[in-house]
Design a protein around this ligand. Structure first.
Ligand code: PRP
Ligand code: MN
Ligand code: MG
Length: 182
């Protein structure tokens, strides 16, 4: 039984991801030259992109990790709040924070998290996401760096899960409806 059997179509291939990550890494290395870059990975979804992106960045940087859970489920339009489950280890003062995400969906998570991080006196806070689903946006927030815009479909892989599965797919695929409808 292979995970691949549950995928309807491949939306972004391994090769496309690889090329885009290299491009983003090069751009970030240029933009953050001489700065105090810290890559902040929002677990768990960003783990795969983080591992790839950090190796595509050629300037010195540090890394840190955060686990958050956002309230305000899919049926609410309230901005909700973000609960910090695991905070960063490091201090952000004077740092140039680049948040690394797998997907910017409604934007509720990051629209709450960004102001929280800005209160810690960083020099800057920006967002880098490999996937963007602008059609689902509820909060006024845009990525500073993005990989691919995706349609409003059930995407999994490259860190993105359905029921904690499919994160280890090496590409971004669309899940067959029978998987989440059963
Ligand atoms: C997903 C995704 C983003 C967030 C985006 O994480 O990885 O972090 O939701 O959604 P939003 O823009 O609508 O706020 P999830 O909460 O599923 O946790 P996970 O990363 O552990 O899968
Ligand atoms: Mn996530
Ligand atoms: Mg998830």
């Amino acid at each position: 039984m292979s995970m691949h059997d549950d995928i309807k179509t491949v939306l972004v291939s391994e090769e496309e991801l690889k090329a885009k990550v290299a491009q983003l890494g090069a751009q970030i290395s240029k933009d953050y030259e001489g700065k105090n870059l810290v890559l902040v990975s929002i677990l768990k979804g960003s783990v795969v992109f983080m591992a790839d992106l950090m190796r595509a960045v050629s300037i010195p940087c540090s890394i840190d990790f955060m686990v958050v859970s956002s309230y305000g489920g899919s049926n609410t339009t309230t901005s909700g709040l973000v609960k910090i489950i695991k905070d960063l280890d490091g201090d952000l003062s004077g740092k140039d924070v680049l948040i690394v995400e797998d997907i910017l969906d409604t934007g509720v998570t990051l629209s709450n998290l960004v102001p929280m991080l800005k209160m810690r006196n960083p020099n800057s806070v920006k967002i880098c996401t490999i996937l963007d689903k602008p059609s689902r946006r509820k909060a006024a927030i845009q990525p500073d760096y993005e990989g691919f815009q995706v349609p409003d479909e059930f995407v999994v892989g490259y860190g993105l899960d359905y029921d904690e599965k499919y994160r280890n797919l090496p590409y971004v695929g669309v899940l067959k409806p029978e998987i989440y409808e059963k």
